[in-house]
Each structure stands twice: as structure tokens, then as C-alpha cells.
Write a protein that binds this ligand. Structure first.
Ligand code: GNR
Ligand code: NI
Length: 168
């Protein structure tokens, strides 16, 4: 197991489009374990492979209170989304310290492979539905701040660049 470094916005690698996983083998399982460890250590409810600079369709999620219900989604696809939408406050491990409202479908159905390569269907609402859409966006190279106004995006970019300079 290993902790993986998380890319920070506005890193251009966050905008790469992830490719499908060809085979769910030991290498993929080991990466999934590292992603889970990284997500838990960072106190996140989800992590997409894109955020750790691996451009494969791979997501881990745990929205449980006790942090003991890991969900592994390999090659996830949204098969249905509700017409009903909700606006929720979002944050992102790749945009630390920034929280803002984003409108999403209130419920989704997702088809994905699990860590054994078996097809699973997940029906989600509430926080899980929001998180799944947030993570699937990462796989398409999209970060939640891109839903905000250009003015806000500019301010966030400036703030992140400054914070990253201050870190060195
Ligand atoms: O930890 C996270 N919390 C969160 C809160 C509201 C909406 C989405 C998220 S996902 C985020 C972890 C992350 O950045 N995943 O990509
Ligand atoms: Ni995120």
C-alpha cells in the first residue's frame, strides 16, 4: 500500500480524458488499494484516478459515516440520470479549501466493474449520487469549478497558484 500524490488545480493533467481499463488484474487492484488509502488519508469521500495522474477509468468512493464501505468503480458508465436536479455544496481534494454550489441530477444509476472484474449496477441518490457525478467528471477531465462563473474560476486559479507558490 502507498499514499499517492494528488494533483492540484489548475494542473493541466486534471483535464486529461481517462481511458477504459483493459483488464482488472493485480496491477489494477493494487492501484485501487493505493487510491483507497489515499482517499481515506485525505478524508475525502471519493477519488478518481485522474487526480493521482493515472488516466484510467477508475474511481473509489466511500460516503459512509464510519468510512468502512468502500465502493470501487472500474469503467463506470451512467446508465440513467433523474430529470430532477439538486444544488449541493461541493469540494474537491484537487481544489483544497474551495467549496461552492453545483447543480447535478439528484439520482443516477451507474454500471461498472468491481475489483474482481464483475459487473455491478449501483443506484444512487443523495451524497452518493453527487459524488459519483463529480468523480465521473474527473474521468472526463472536468473539475467542479468549471461549473462556476468565469469570474469565480479566475479567482480560484489565482488563489491556488499563490498557495502552491507559498508551499515551496
Ligand atoms: O471529498 C470530497 N467531498 C465532496 C463533497 C461534495 C461533493 C463532492 C465531493 S468529492 C470530494 C473528493 C474528491 O475530490 N473527489 O474527486
Ligand atoms: Ni474531486
Amino acid at each position: 500500500m502507498a499514499l499517492l500524490p494528488i494533483l492540484c488545480y489548475p494542473d493541466p493533467r486534471l483535464h486529461k480524458v481517462a481511458q477504459p481499463v483493459q483488464a482488472v488484474d493485480e496491477r489494477v487492484r493494487s492501484l485501487v488499494d493505493d487510491m483507497l488509502e489515499t482517499m481515506y488519508e485525505a478524508s475525502g469521500i471519493g477519488l478518481a484516478a485522474t487526480q493521482v495522474d493515472v488516466h484510467l477509468r477508475l474511481v473509489v468512493i466511500d460516503v459512509s459515516e464510519q468510512r468502512n464501505q468502500p465502493l470501487v468503480l472500474i469503467n463506470p458508465e451512467i446508465t440513467w440520470m433523474s430529470e430532477e436536479r439538486v444544488k449541493g455544496e461541493e469540494g474537491c481534494l484537487s481544489v483544497p479549501g474551495i467549496y461552492d454550489g453545483v447543480e447535478r441530477a439528484s439520482a443516477v444509476k451507474v454500471k461498472a466493474l468491481d475489483r474482481h472484474g464483475k459487473t455491478q449496477h449501483v443506484e444512487a441518490e443523495g451524497m452518493l449520487a453527487i459524488c459519483m457525478q463529480h468523480e465521473m467528471d474527473h474521468l472526463l477531465g472536468k473539475v467542479f469549478v468549471e461549473y462556476l462563473s468565469p469570474l469565480k474560476q479566475g479567482r480560484i486559479k489565482t488563489k491556488m497558484v499563490k498557495a502552491q507558490k507559498a508551499e515551496r
